[in-house]
Design a protein around this ligand. Structure first.
Ligand code: BDR
Ligand code: CA
Length: 320
C-alpha cells in the first residue's frame, strides 16, 4: 500500500505514523502537515522527529501545508498535548528538514502521477485536502481511498457537544472534502471513545517493554495521561488517529460499517461542524418531510465498530 498521512503532528498523530511505518506492506510516501493541534512549525518538527525516532530520518519527505483554517481563526489543542504537542519533552531538532514544495502540491502531484495507487489518511483538520481538491478536482477520482479521522456519529463531540476537533477547526474544508467525490472511509470520535482507549494497564505494559519506541510513546503520551486523570479521574488515553490508521492497514479490524450520507454543518452556531451521518434506522427523509426531497447517494463508509482488543494489540506490537 502506498500511503500519504496528512497530520497535525502531536500526541496520537505520532503513534499513527509509527503504526504505518511498522507495517511491512506500507510504503509511506510523504507526511503532509496541516494546521491543528499545536503551533504549525512545531508540528513540522514533531513529524520530522517522529520519523527519526522510528529510525526513518531522511527517508520520508515532510511537506508543510496550510498553517491556518480557510475561514476561521486558528484553534489548537495544546491543553491536551502540551505546548509543543509532545508533552513538552523538549526533543532535539531532527536532522531531516522539510521539503521546499507545498503540501497541497505534493498531494496533487503524488496522486495524479499514480492514479488509483495512493491511499491518503487525513488525521488533521481538512484544510490541505480541501485546497488540494479545489486546485485539482481530479484527485477525488485518482486517489485510491481517503481515510478520515474526524466528526462524530451522532454522538458527543470533543470541542462542543455537537462537534469533533478536526471538523470544528475547519468546517468549510471538511464540507468541501465530503462533497468532492472521494472514496471516503470515516473513523469518528464516537468510535474513538467506544473502542480506542489504552487503559492504565495497557499503558503500563507498553512502558514495561522498555524499547526505544515504547519510551518515545510513553514520553509523548504523558500530557494526554495527565489530561485524562484531571478530567476523567483515570489515566487511560484515547487514540483516534492510530485507530484510523490501524483500520486502513488491516480491514479485518472492522466489525461493522455502513454506507452513509455525511454532511458537515458550516452555517450553525451551536452546531458548527456537526457531522450529520445518515442512518438506516431513520425513515426515508422524503417520507419524514417531503420538503427535504430524496436523500443523495452515500458519500462515505462510516466505521461503526471495530475489534478493540485487536487494535490495542496492534498498537502495542508496533512499539516493540
Ligand atoms: C483529533 O483531534 C486532534 O486533537 C487529534 O490529533 C485527532 O486527530 C481528535 O478529535
Ligand atoms: Ca490529528
Amino acid at each position: 500500500m502506498r500511503l500519504i498521512i496528512d497530520t497535525d503532528t502531536a500526541g496520537d498523530d505520532c503513534f499513527s505514523v509509527l503504526l504505518a511505518l511498522a507495517h511491512p506492506g506500507v510504503k509511506l510516501e510523504a507526511l503532509t502537515i496541516c494546521n491543528g493541534n499545536v503551533a504549525f512549525e512545531r508540528q513540522v518538527e514533531n513529524a520530522l522527529y517522529t520519523l527519526e525516532a522510528a529510525g526513518q530520518g531522511g527517508n520520508i519527505p515532510v511537506y508543510a501545508g496550510i498553517p491556518k483554517p480557510l475561514m476561521r481563526p486558528p484553534l489548537d489543542a495544546a491543553y491536551v498535548f502540551g505546548l509543543d504537542g509532545m508533552s513538552d519533552a523538549n526533543f532535539p531538532q531532527a536532522k531531516q528538514r522539510p521539503e521546499a514544495k507545498h503540501a497541497v502540491d505534493a498531494i496533487i502531484d503524488l496522486v495524479m502521477a499514480n492514479p488509483g495507487e495512493i491511499t491518503l489518511l487525513a488525521q488533521a483538520p481538512l484544510t490541505n485536502i480541501g485546497l488540494a481538491v479545489a486546485k485539482e478536482p481530479r484527485i477525488a477520482q485518482a486517489l485510491k481511498a481517503l481515510w478520515i479521522m474526524g466528526g462524530t456519529d451522532n454522538g458527543l463531540g470533543n470541542v462542543t457537544p455537537a462537534a469533533e476537533f478536526n471538523f470544528y477547526v475547519d468546517p468549510e474544508a471538511a464540507r468541501m472534502v465530503f462533497q468532492a467525490g472521494f472514496n471516503i472511509s470515516l473513523v469518528t470520535w464516537t468510535l474513538t471513545v467506544a473502542s480506542s482507549e489504552m487503559s492504565e494497564a495497557d499503558l503500563a505494559a507498553v512502558e514495561a517493554m522498555e524499547t526505544p519506541l515504547s519510551r518515545f510513546f510513553t514520553t509523548v503520551n504523558a500530557a494526554a495521561v495527565a489530561f485524562s486523570r484531571a478530567r476523567y479521574g483515570h489515566g487511560g488515553t484515547l487514540h483516534p488517529d492510530s485507530l484510523a490508521c490501524a483500520c486502513l492497514l488491516d480491514d479485518s479490524l472492522i466489525t461493522a460499517s455502513e454506507a452513509c450520507v455525511v454532511e458537515i454543518e458550516t452555517g450553525g452556531g451551536l452546531t458548527r461542524a456537526y457531522s450529520s451521518v445518515s442512518s438506516s434506522l431513520l425513515p426515508d427523509q422524503e417520507e419524514a418531510d417531503p420538503a427535504l426531497g430524496v436523500a443523495g447517494a452515500p458519500n462515505a463508509r462510516v466505521i461503526k465498530a471495530v475489534d478493540s482488543a485487536k487494535f490495542r494489540r496492534v498498537l502495542t506490537d508496533a512499539l516493540r
